[in-house]
Design a protein around this ligand. Structure first.
Ligand SMILES: O=C(O)CCC(=O)C(=O)O
Length: 273
């Protein structure tokens, strides 16, 4: 384990036992003041340089869905952001609930564009309730999403809410399969579970949700993008199951083998540079 001086050098804090318990019980957790807000400036700088201040000036990422516009984050190649990714890896290891290291899977920017404006790329609608798991073509559960707002946001900007405990319901399909239906009509047991409040974030607050947890978000009613930086983590021992995934390029991967460490580093074991 890194000593506390090393941990303090990271732009994020460690998690408390209460936060770990919340994640395991509800399938998500809000980590208040998790980040040093200084790192948000760097993330916003990169986001603007790639996507423009309107969050819509990048070439299409190929996802073309209403939830958000997307752009690859490349945080592994940016030293201050890589330090954040290391911290995230250590947090994920604390949240997994079993002894396993945390592997980087993907990072990207996800601005939800204002619903009142016509957009070049898609991404100015609501986020329909869905589960992330099936998008990733991995052979086991445990993966999680770190959702990092780059500014203070609340419901008017289209923040998420979560269905508490829905991570215990098993695998409930891909979001493409529901058409215009709400997945809670297809799986009515979800209606028996409580829905969290829509999140309110101050700078430095983030949420983490399990890839089995059902979540959704309203439209962005403001006239500026709702900027989020999203980091996906998998348990180190997860393997590609051989399916052609929507979410990543499988070039160089072997079915049923672990993800290669050079492209998908084990963040929780990385020492400071
Ligand atoms: O940003 C959003 O509105 C949705 C994000 C999401 O679905 C996710 O992070 O898994």
């Amino acid at each position: 384990m890194p000593d506390s001086a090393t941990l303090n050098a990271l732009p994020c804090r460690s998690v408390t036992a209460e936060e770990v318990a919340h994640y395991q019980k509800y399938g998500w957790v809000k980590l208040k003041r998790y980040l040093d807000p200084e790192i948000l400036k760097e993330l916003m700088r990169v986001a603007h340089s790639r996507m423009g201040e309107d969050g819509d000036s990048n070439p299409s990422y190929g996802l073309d869905q209403p939830f958000f516009n997307a752009e690859y984050g490349a945080g592994l190649h940016n030293p201050p952001v890589r330090a954040l990714l290391r911290g995230i890896g250590r947090t994920a290891r604390d949240l997994f609930g079993r002894p396993v290291e945390a592997r980087y899977f993907q990072d990207f920017y996800a601005p939800k564009l204002p619903s009142s404006k016509k957009t070049k790329n898609a991404g100015n609608g609501a986020t329909a309730f869905h589960q992330d798991y099936i998008t990733f073509a991995v052979d086991r559960t445990g993966g999680m999403t770190f959702w990092i707002p780059l500014e203070a946001y609340g419901p008017d900007q289209g923040t998420m809410s979560f269905i508490n405990g829905s991570h215990q319901q098993g695998v409930l399909g891909g979001y493409h399969s529901y058409g215009d239906r709400d997945m809670r009509d297809i799986f009515p047991a979800l209606r028996d579970l409580e829905e969290s409040e829509q999140m309110v974030y101050e700078p430095g607050d983030i949420t983490v949700h399990s890839h089995l947890t059902i979540h959704g978000a309203s439209k962005n009613l403001s006239d500026t993008p709702r900027w989020a930086y999203i980091v996906l983590i998998q348990p180190e021992d997860a393997r590609w199951n051989g399916a052609p995934p929507e979410a990543f390029d499988t070039t160089g991967l072997t079915m049923n083998e672990p993800f290669p460490d050079d492209r998908f580093p084990i963040l929780s074991l990385e020492e400071e540079a």
